[in-house]
Every structure is written in C-alpha cells, then in structure tokens.
Ligand binder design. Sequence first.
Ligand SMILES: [Zn+2]
Length: 81
Amino acid sequence: MKLGICPICGGATKEGLVDITESVKGKIVLIRDVKAEVCSQCGERIYSSSEIKKVEALLKKVKEGTIKPKETKKAEVYLVS
Ligand SMILES: [Zn+2]
C-alpha cells in the first residue's frame, strides 16, 4: 500500500499519518498518528483494515477506561451558524 487511487475522486493517494477524533461517552477523544492513505485532491482518508482494527481496539479500551490518555488538551467548540 504505497501509492493508490482515491475511490471518491480518482486522485492519487499518499501514505501519511492523520489524527482521528471520536466521541466516546460524550467525551472527544483524539487518536494521533494513524496510518492512512490520504488523497492529494479531496483529502479523503483510506485506512487499511489492520489500522482500523488497531483503532477499534484502542477505542474499546478508552470506553472501558482501561487505558490512560497520553495527554489531555482543551478543545474549542464552534457552531457553523
Ligand atoms: Zn480524492
């Protein structure tokens, strides 16, 4: 999985590290440095199944409260309208 094609727009994708935000029990959780193929045209992210499994396993631990966050940051909330 080095260089692929974006399923949305057909642009070229490049391997990189991205952040994923998830809501867990009303808390915003940031998962950093997730491997993904990122489209250079539309920004679509494509994750490998092994990476998705890793993220799901991590989120499970977060939900169960069996893992401590690396750091805690304050988040800013905005509305579009
Ligand atoms: Zn694209």
